[in-house]
Design a protein around this ligand. Structure first.
Ligand code: ATP
Ligand code: MG
Length: 480
């Protein structure tokens, strides 16, 4: 049906300015516009340029290139998802997603810089310098073809469509038209399609109304849609926190009960989702919602168990780290997954290192053993890539090294490639209420000082340490 829209648009495009004038002059462009009047637009609302605020100047040049190129080659192409949603809200989109009737292979032929990624759900990444445009072919609803556990991975690889016995989509590469595609999307606010043809927005599921009412509403039956892909529960939470939208009643209702389905999602995907959840600039609010909806315990169970112990410094540190991450993102600074996980897993590490790090000073070897156990458990939930968890361990190790300040130790810690992260972590520990006898301040001064002052600081420290030992010796002699 919408291919008709395209044909009509093609035929009328030379009269574009006349059309716009006529359309804005009418009360109801859907009824009176000859362009749309003959279309079978059941339930699809069409917003003309004068009815929405999206301007091409806010769309990235890369996304525009893809839209125009596909259009000129005779394909349908729409901006969809966060790009449209965020522009309508007056926000800057994180990225631009394009939906088209061109297949991944056709996209690869059209764009030299295109790469097909993903198996469960094929996406085409089209690169323009540092920007990546994600293009997807319209998805169709497909008859569930159930795949039992016994079915080999190899057999799955050759399928375009497959569900597990619990309803989870294992393969989603059956292509259809835009109407079908709209129903396969997660939330109504993510199913608004913008076209460069007369700059229309097509709204298939009252997404505009939900944007206005600031609410996240799932498309279709919530339980079925969460069972198809449990990550949609996390996405509902992410968008609610990021956009400050409420989660509509039916959309929120099944989440607590279905949360455990996250256990069947690949840990590598959950790692990516966890990062998106906690580094979207609204990590504090997201963490609250993850706890409230009981989905957090399928992402970082040890953290949440420890958090139940209440207002102790290591728990406070998690909150501070999330706040810190939100602030850094607001200032346009980068955040590293290594630091985030160092903070998230800190309560678990502390509880296993019996008592205060400051007093007990566990050996570095012991710290590594405990760290390996904690990280090993976490990897069952979120597959943190090795380069990140090694860095997490280094940040923890530096907590010991920054504490042991002798001549050689200070230089080794200071020259450590993770010094900055270790030092920032130390400051967070102090801010969280840990008593570290001015350690953070000492390191702040040390960094500001020149080499002579630095040498004096270390010397002063050694003599302090000596004088702390001396009275003991005297006392010892007296007793003799
Ligand atoms: P942002 O990019 O700001 O995180 P987004 O809505 O663009 O938000 P993407 O992950 O970029 O999210 O996905 C693009 C679009 O693809 C979504 O808006 C939605 O329409 C669709 N989509 C993504 N993931 C799913 C999913 N798990 N189930 C159904 N539709 C999805
Ligand atoms: Mg996006």
């Amino acid at each position: 049906m919408l291919s008709k829209l395209f044909k009509s648009l093609n035929a009328k495009q030379n009269h574009g300015s006349d059309e716009r004038q006529r359309r804005s002059a009418t009360q109801d462009p859907l009824v009176s516009d000859p362009l749309l009047a003959d279309l079978d637009m059941d339930g699809v609302a069409v917003l003309t340029r004068d009815q929405h605020c999206i301007s091409r100047k806010n769309i990235s040049p890369g996304a525009l290139k893809v839209l125009y190129k596909l259009d000129s080659e005779g394909y349908q192409a729409f901006l969809v998802g966060g790009g449209v949603r965020d522009l309508l809200l007056g926000n800057r989109p994180k990225d631009f997603d394009i939906a088209t009737d061109a297949t991944p292979e056709q996209l690869r032929e059209l764009f030299r810089n295109a790469r097909i990624i993903g198996r469960r759900f094929k996406i085409v990444h089209i690169r323009f310098g540092r920007e990546i445009i994600e293009a997807t072919t319209f998805r169709a609803h497909h008859q569930p073809m159930e795949v039992t556990r016994e079915k080999s991975r190899k057999a799955l690889m050759n399928l375009d469509s497959a569900h597990s016995s619990s309803g989870m989509i294992l393969r989603d590469n059956v292509y259809g038209d835009i109407n079908e595609d709209a129903l396969r999307r997660d939330f109504t606010v993510n199913a608004l399609y913008y076209t460069i043809r007369n700059f229309l927005i097509l709204d298939f599921s009252s997404g505009m109304d939900d944007i206005k009412q600031r609410r996240i509403r799932i498309i279709g039956d919530p339980t079925t849609r969460y069972k198809e892909d449990p990550v949609r529960m996390l996405r509902a939470i992410r968008f609610s926190a990021k956009l400050d939208f409420t989660i509509e009643e039916n959309t929120r209702e099944p989440i607590n009960n279905l949360a455990e389905m996250l256990g069947s999602v690949a840990p590598a995907r959950l790692f990516d989702e966890t990062l998106k959840l906690l580094s979207n600039g609204h990590g504090v609010r997201t963490f609250e919602l993850l706890t409230e909806f009981e989905v957090g315990k399928f992402l970082f169970p040890d953290t949440l168990t420890c958090m139940k112990r209440g207002d102790i410094p290591e728990n406070k540190l998690v909150e501070l780290a999330l706040k810190n991450t939100d602030n850094r993102i607001a200032e346009g600074k980068s955040v590293t997954p290594a630091f985030l996980f160092a903070a998230l897993l800190w309560p678990a590490l502390r509880s296993r290192l019996d008592g205060s790090l400051a007093e007990n000073q566990p050996s570095i070897q012991h710290l590594h053993q405990v760290a390996d156990q904690i990280i090993g458990r976490q990897l069952h939930y979120t597959a943190i890539p090795r380069r990140f968890y090694l860095a997490t361990k280094e940040i923890w190790e530096l907590q010991l090294r920054l504490q042991r300040r002798n001549q050689r130790g200070v230089q080794t810690a200071y020259q450590h490639p993770r010094f900055r992260a270790g030092y920032d972590f130390l400051l967070l520990r102090e801010e969280s209420g840990e008593q570290l006898a001015g350690l953070g301040q000492w390191w702040t001064q040390f960094q500001l000082a020149d080499t002579t002052v630095q040498a004096n600081m270390i010397k002063a420290l050694s003599s302090q340490q000596r004088s702390r030992r001396r009275p003991n010796r005297r006392r010892h002699r007296k007793v003799q």
